[in-house]
Write a protein that binds this ligand. Structure first.
Ligand code: G4P
Length: 528
């Protein structure tokens, strides 16, 4: 591999932001784009959909194709680094995509609301990070408001997320008394002035906390800081790169995204600490990003919202080699060669002239429904990347056709939508129903709308008393047969024919698990 390519790989940082809705993910994303020069003005667009609006100008693909892909991948330069920020859809859009995006990143930024601590959605997303031991950097947001004591938040994270915290900055007061943060790493004090944009300002260097300058700047809060620092130094383990890289320790930063405070320090530390693209497991072997041959896998499929066009964009994460526009790769599942002539390289700036992309980058491949989530593309060798799973659904609906003559269309539509990862489809062992499963309820609306628009199927949903699903495996065939016999009413096959156990509650699940200790119940299943 040539030096240029090696350098390109090493300067890439591909990450996702995880948070509970309202913690400040959108606000923080906007500030990060601002530092990257991908947008010129922050705060112009108010809150919630700030990044969405901010980005739509430069992602003209959205206009060209009438679909909303702009917030999915945001690519920008910061210092010498090339950053790919992958959106993890939240709020109403929460879906399996949100989880699956995290299988395509090399690190994660976790945003936590100072007033709320760790919330439910963060816990779920964290579980996905843990599957791959993804390194996590934590940003505690909204210090300009009253919230939990900093040490209590750290306790909360350690307790609920089972990850060791090591603060790299420390807040001085909060809410009205918020004075700024002390950066342990660079031994600098960053002073906060409400409402002002502090992004260019350098901190005051304080090498020794007994320096009287600290008292001049912070008044009585200087002593509080000294005591806090003493306490932390005694109670907290120092930052260890190797623990961070295997996802067992998270460096923590404090700030206020809306005031753009503490964001630059966090971003600077982030680009230096977060790993460049690493090796990735395929079924047959590990694939290094520095291998000469191109390889990548599809982790998300975005359908065209215009029903007249059945084309889709498959989001492919490059894992090795170099992508060149027009290159030919093999789509292994169907054994065909495809020319990547009109692949889109997602860029925040200067999109037009881009002709090559590197490991860590995401490209969009146009197709007409031939690409499935988890599909691998490579130049020659037959490869299949692992670790791109389905996630156990938490919401369920039964589908009833209005016109029974459309049964074939329904089957075709659901098969395809399941392959795209829009929804999961289960067929109970007894009966001929279709039970749909999703991790976010919006997935049901999307499925129904697309069944109608693209497959001409008129169907309705019926509620079904199910809340939990697990994939079943058992090494002992006799036991498995026995289990199947006793639990027929709760068993179904998913769209890939895998045995699944569906039930009404966690309580019922636990009961069954206790009764059948030989049987394995899985929350995720790798897509074949
Ligand atoms: P999300 O993407 O994680 O859902 O959060 P988003 O950035 O949309 O932020 C949620 C709300 O929190 C927004 O309020 C936003 O302005 C506010 N916020 C973000 N960062 C900070 C911060 O550092 N300090 C304070 N005080 N607020 C912050 P909103 O949508 O304008 O209004 P509302 O939701 O409070 O009604």
């Amino acid at each position: 591999m040539d030096n240029h390519t090696q350098k390109e790989i090493s300067r890439r940082r591909t990450f996702g932001i995880i948070s509970h809705p309202d913690a400040g993910k959108t606000t923080l994303t906007e500030k990060l784009l601002l530092f990257g020069g991908a947008i010129q003005q922050a705060g112009a667009v108010k809150a919630k959909h700030a990044a969405r609006h901010a980005t739509s100008d430069w992602m003209s693909i959205e206009k060209e194709r009438g679909i909303s892909v702009s917030t999915s991948v945001m690519k920008f330069n910061y210092r010498d680094f090339e950053i790919n920020l992958l959106d993890t859809p939240g709020h109403q859009d929460f879906s399996e995509d949100t989880y699956r995006v995290l299988t395509a990143v090399d690190s994660t930024l976790m945003v936590i609301d100072n007033g709320k601590g760790v919330e439910a959605q963060t816990e779920k997303l964290m579980e996905v990070c843990r599957m791959r031991n993804t390194p996590i950097i934590t940003f505690i947001n909204k210090l300009d408001r009253e919230g939990m004591a900093p040490l209590d938040i750290l306790d909360d994270i350690e307790d609920k997320l089972q990850i060791e915290c090591t603060p790299l900055s420390w807040p001085i007061g909060m809410g009205k008394r918020f004075k700024g943060v002390y950066d342990f790493f660079h031994k600098q004090l960053h002073l906060f002035s409400p409402g002002s944009d502090t992004r260019e300002q350098d901190g005051v260097v304080i090498n020794d906390l007994s320096d009287p300058v600290l008292d001049e700047l912070l008044g009585s809060q200087a002593e509080e800081l000294r005591q806090d620092v003493e306490l932390i130094e005694g109670a907290v383990n120092p930052f260890e790169m190797k623990h961070f890289l295997k996802g067992s320790q998270t460096p923590v930063f404090f700030g206020s995204a809306i005031n753009n405070f503490g964001v630059k320090e966090m971003l600077d530390a982030f680009v230096e600490m977060a790993p460049p693209p690493g090796s990735r497991a395929a079924v047959s072997r590990e694939v290094s990003p520095f291998e000469k041959s191109f390889s990548g896998f599809a982790f998300k499929i975005q359908a065209n919202m215009n029903p007249a066009h059945r084309d889709r964009i498959a989001f492919v994460r490059i894992c090795s080699g170099k992508f060149r526009r027009g290159m030919k790769v093999v789509h292994h599942r169907i054994g065909k060669e495809v020319a990547l002539a009109n692949a889109t390289i997602f860029m925040a700036q200067g999109r037009d002239n881009v002709t090559e992309a590197f490991p860590g980058d995401i490209i969009g491949i146009h197709n007409h429904g031939t690409i499935k989530i988890g599909d691998t593309f490579s130049e020659k060798e037959l490869l299949k990347f692992s670790g791109i799973p389905n996630f156990a659904p938490e919401f369920f609906r039964r589908v009833r056709l209005k016109n029974p003559l459309k049964a074939k269309h329904l089957q075709k539509g659901l098969t395809q939508l399941a392959e795209e990862g829009t929804v999961q489809v289960f067929r109970p062992i007894t009966g001929s129903d279709y039970i749909l499963g999703a991790v976010g309820v919006l997935q049901f609306d999307v499925t129904m709308a697309r069944l109608k628009a693209e497959y001409g199927v008129d169907a309705i949903y019926e509620p079904v008393d199910l809340a939990v699903a697990r994939w079943i495996e058992c090494g002992d065939r006799k036991k498995l047969a026995e289990f199947e016999k006793k639990n027929t009413a709760n068993l179904a096959r998913d769209s890939q024919g895998c045995l699944s156990f569906l039930t009404t509650s966690e309580f019922q699940l636990n009961y069954c698990m206790e009764e059948w200790p030989e049987v394995e119940f899985y929350k995720t299943r790798d897509i074949n």
